[in-house]
Design a protein around this ligand. Structure first.
Ligand SMILES: C[S@@+](CC[C@H](N)C(=O)[O-])C[C@H]1O[C@@H](n2cnc3c(N)ncnc32)[C@H](O)[C@@H]1O
Length: 260
């Protein structure tokens, strides 16, 4: 296990995440790239800091390729909100694809499960800020809870909410919050924990604390397609589209679009 303040060595960059990371080539000077990897004791996302010298951040996320078909290739002039951004890969990727305004928020809950699972004390937003500097990015980071989104005086064309819905006590409330910040005609891309055997009933599975990921007590729910679609309608969306359940590293994930 990695010690506090050291880089997490057991995370070997997978070929799959390398492919995802290369959608946002950073290619910094090799010394700067290596120092950047070492500056942050825990990375969630893999960033391609130097492809020529194979310098990548050792992200804990194993394989995000399944998300890519849902992400628009061209976001020229659009506004984008990334809810639960962590190191911000999707916020930076959307900016790279032309988004004119990007806001990335996170309540930094991850500090608790990173400490519980890997024994690492992490300052909030460190990875995001380091990458933001390297890219010269104008994406804005705010430490903020998703349940306060209705206080934002802004709406967005694209809202990404990846990896959170199963981590909140009130998933319907979170979908209602997402609805308030989605512009007319806008889209929410949602990704969360799914069901192993989705039989088409509007079912939600309840996990024991620590059952899904060892020592991570913040995974509460697994959603079937019909359940997510029904929750989305109750929250004020027209409905859900292109919902798919995929198995990633032994875990069922559900991904799709919610439309206003
Ligand atoms: C598993 S990580 C996913 C990171 C990124 N969205 C992705 O999927 O690649 C979940 C993130 O959501 C954040 N989070 C959890 N609950 C939140 C809430 N209520 N408001 C804002 N962020 C939250 C966590 O701090 C963490 O950064």
């Amino acid at each position: 296990m990695a010690k506090e303040g050291s880089v997490v060595r057991e995370f070997v960059v997978t070929e799959a995440e390398r492919k995802v990371a290369e959608l946002l080539p950073i290619d910094a000077d090799p010394e700067v790239a290596r120092a950047t990897v070492a500056a942050v004791p825990f990375w969630f996302h893999t960033f391609a800091l130097g492809r020529e010298h194979a310098i990548y951040t050792p992200g804990a996320a194993r394989d995000h390729r399944y998300r890519l078909p849902w992400l628009p290739d061209d976001l020229t002039g659009k506004t984008m909100l990334d809810v639960g951004t962590f190191d911000g890969f999707y916020a930076f990727l959307c900016e790279h694809r032309g988004a004119a305004r990007v806001l990335a928020i996170d309540n930094e809950q991850y500090r608790q499960w990173v400490a519980a699972r890997w024994g690492i004390k992490l300052e909030g937003g460190t990875g995001f800020r380091v990458i933001q500097r390297l890219l010269g990015s104008r994406a804005e980071y705010r430490r903020m809870d998703a349940f306060a989104l209705d206080r934002l005086e802004e709406q967005f064309d694209l809202v990404c909410c990846f990896g959170i819905l199963h981590r909140v006590e009130n998933p319907l409330g979170l979908l209602q919050q997402l609805r308030t910040v989605t512009a007319p005609g806008g889209t929410v891309l949602i990704e969360t924990y799914g069901l192993d055997d989705d039989r088409g009933a509007p079912s939600i599975r309840v996990s024991e604390p620590g059952e899904v990921y060892e020592r991570d007590e913040f995974v509460y729910w697994g959603f079937g397609k019909a359940a997510l679609e029904r929750l989305a309608r109750i929250a004020g969306f027209v409905g859900a589209a292109q919902l798919e359940i995929v198995n990633v590293d032994g875990h069922p994930r559900i991904v799709g679009r919610l439309r206003t």
